[in-house]
Design a protein around this ligand. Structure first.
Ligand code: URA
Ligand code: CA
Length: 434
């Protein structure tokens, strides 16, 4: 088999065979096939697309390129949730203990990464003592005991995806539905999920800005999941404005605590109930979405979800008293208000720009070397559709640096106040099960 022939076949719009897909994935991972040939193939796929069958085979080939996490020692159906990424998305912190509190096992492998805030692990590390450096054995034992644990990435998972993603990043081939879908799904499958709930975001703060693109990506991932024997479904949710009010690591932990007490932001609470219900049904702990939702709502109001969060934190070294005293979380030295310059109704809060503002305050990493300030970030005081008067606070900055003029300028540009009547945006655009 020759790489040249594979590139030519895809260039001409033909379907690649299983042998051809495994040939280039394995050859690229081992270093036998050079970047320039794989770049050409990625560009051919970008223009010619892949059939559903090719996408599933590509996903499996990437899974097979490295280690796979074996969660079979955990009893029950392990449902994983994946978000395509947004701004101030606090859902994992809420969902993990909430779903566990109704008996569905949550075995979460998570990361740090670049972005507006840290990843789930950074956020959890705002809780003094909490750590995710545990062995796979401990991880599995904790899930069996408490139904929830979070571990940092271990092992050499999907090395083919790592190489391909870096190559796509510099060859203008990231934005391809078959390549994105197989990349995301390969990581979820290699980390051992039996079933997968996808939160595909759409809007200014999302990877997929347009709703039709988000739907297409969701369909592509659900199709791959089903073909490889993992029950998969997707929710399309809004990310035109940030989710909830908090953007920042310890600020989001506080927001998660509020939400687990049933007094969190409306949008964050609703999204957690929607995603959580799907997870509980896929885990076969309820037979309908309605039943699952009722169980979750009950545990938000009776304290069981919050109790589960305490158990989870303590089981990984965390000081669970922060749940009752969130002011023990890291606090920034300065709180600075960003005031409305005119009265009206909030028309837009451009999610990605607000996210960048949080990152500039130190909440996220711009490069791999950046050090996160766990206390830094911002709290929205208004959301789209809210009325504001002149001089009222739109945003509270939490900062350890004194000079925040450029951050304030960015926020002023990204929050638009108008005289029109504005409706709050729709939160859920649909669910996709096939
Ligand atoms: N996120 C991924 O993990 N992979 C992609 O290809 C794009 C976004
Ligand atoms: Ca939030």
């Amino acid at each position: 088999m020759r790489m040249y022939d594979i590139i030519e076949k895809k260039r001409d719009g033909k379907e690649l065979s299983k042998e051809e897909i495994y040939f280039f994935v394995n050859g690229y991972t081992s270093g036998d096939i050079p970047d320039y040939q794989v770049s050409a193939l990625m560009m051919a796929i970008y223009f010619q697309d892949m059939t559903e069958k090719e996408r599933a085979i590509l996903t499996e080939a990437m899974v097979e390129s490295g280690d796979k996490i074996d969660l079979s020692r955990i009893s029950g159906i392990k449902v994983d949730k994946h978000s395509t990424g947004g701004v101030g998305d606090t859902t994992t912190l809420v969902l993990a203990p909430l779903v566990a509190s109704v008996g569905a096992p949550v075995a979460k492998m998570s990361g740090r990464g670049l972005g507006h805030t840290g990843g789930t692990i950074d956020k959890l590390e705002s809780v003094p003592g909490f750590h995710t450096e545990i062995t796979n054995e401990e991880f599995i034992d904790l899930v069996n005991k408490n139904k929830v644990s979070v571990i940092g990435q271990t092992g050499n998972l999907t090395p083919a995806d790592k190489k391909l993603y870096s190559l796509r990043d510099v060859t203008a081939t990231v934005n391809s539905i078959p390549l994105i879908a197989s990349s995301i799904m390969s990581k979820k499958i290699a980390s051992g999920a039996d079933a997968i709930v996808l939160d595909v975001k759409t809007g200014a703060g999302a990877f997929m800005k347009e709703i039709d693109d988000a739907k297409e990506l969701a369909h592509a991932m659900v199709s791959i999941g089903k073909q490889v024997g993992r029950n998969t479904m997707a929710v399309i949710s809004d990310m035109s404005q940030p989710l909830g009010y908090a953007i920042g690591n310890s600020l989001e932990v506080k927001e998660a605590i509020d939400t687990l007490q049933g007094k969190g932001p409306e949008d964050l609470t609703e999204l957690c109930l929607v995603l959580g219900s799907q997870m509980v049904v896929l885990a076969e702990k309820a037979t309908s979405i309605e039943e699952a939702r009722k169980m979750l709502e009950e545990n938000l109001s009776n304290g069981k979800a919050l109790e589960h969060f305490k158990i989870f934190l303590a089981s990984q070294g965390g000081d669970s008293t922060v749940v009752d005293n969130p002011n023990q979380l890291p606090q920034a030295k300065h709180q600075i208000e960003v005031l409305a310059k005119r009265p009206g109704t909030v028309k837009t809060i451009v999610a990605d720009q607000i996210g960048t503002a949080a990152m500039l305050l130190g909440a996220g990493r711009a490069t791999k070397e950046s050090v996160i300030d766990l206390a830094a970030g911002l709290m929205l005081n208004k959301k789209v559709g809210d009325a504001v008067s002149e001089g009222e606070s739109l945003v509270t900055l939490h900062s350890n640096v004194e000079d925040v003029r450029s951050v304030i300028e960015l926020i002023e540009k990204s929050i638009v106040i108008s005289d029109e009547k504005v409706e709050a945006p729709k939160l859920i655009y649909g669910t996709i099960t096939e």
